[in-house]
Design a protein around this ligand. Sequence first.
Ligand code: PEP
Length: 250
Amino acid sequence: MKKKLIAGNWKMNGSIESNDALVRAILAGMGAACDVAVCVPAPYLAQVQMLRHGTKLDLGAQDVSCHDAGAYTGEVSPAMLKEFGVRYVIVGHSERRQYHHESDQLVADKARCALAAGITPIVCVGETLAEREAGKTEEVVKRQLAAVVHTNGHCISEIVVAYEPVWAIGTGKTATPEQAQQVHAVLRAQLHAATEHSDRVRILYGGSMNAANAASLLAQPDIDGGLIGGASLKAPDFLQIIAAAAATAA
Ligand code: PEP
């Protein structure tokens, strides 16, 4: 059985003072039964790298450039992330697809560049409410993942996928465990057709996962962890989600 992964996405939140308290509380309360990461804003990578150094808490970033170096103002390269001990990077979050017009191909390229630098991309896919209501959920997530599969070839078993229905992100509306499992099974089948190592790929659920609903979501056979936004900013909530993930391994 794969170890579950619980990854916090802090988005554009935090301060030197609040990060210190949050990371110390997570470190004090987390065990080793599941993998845990925090994906922090770029300016705080160095701070959180120092706080987590020598612990089992992994460091993640929220975006990466697909250029190595040069005249790309504002971008951060995979090699730079690597220098700060980054293990995971979120690519294709719906907020970046929506507000920064990131295409499926750009997301796939970012995943490729991360992998080339030895960083695991957490590739986000998910449908909007309008797409779900039009019966297009499968079509959308398969299209988004297909670009990543096509661009990354045999490396595809090295990625993490996060199914994040856009209508559930930050809205308090969560996919039911059955709705989430249905989409995860579709993604698993797609990965299975692409690689004989598809069982290695962790498929996380993200979208208003919280202390109350985590256990039932994480009990689903194809849900291998969670990508947590709002609830990752409160140590007690995040720790309860971690505990729910750990309980599935017991
Ligand atoms: C996210 O932004 O990745 C996310 C899942 O947010 P929230 O948990 O707040 O819905």
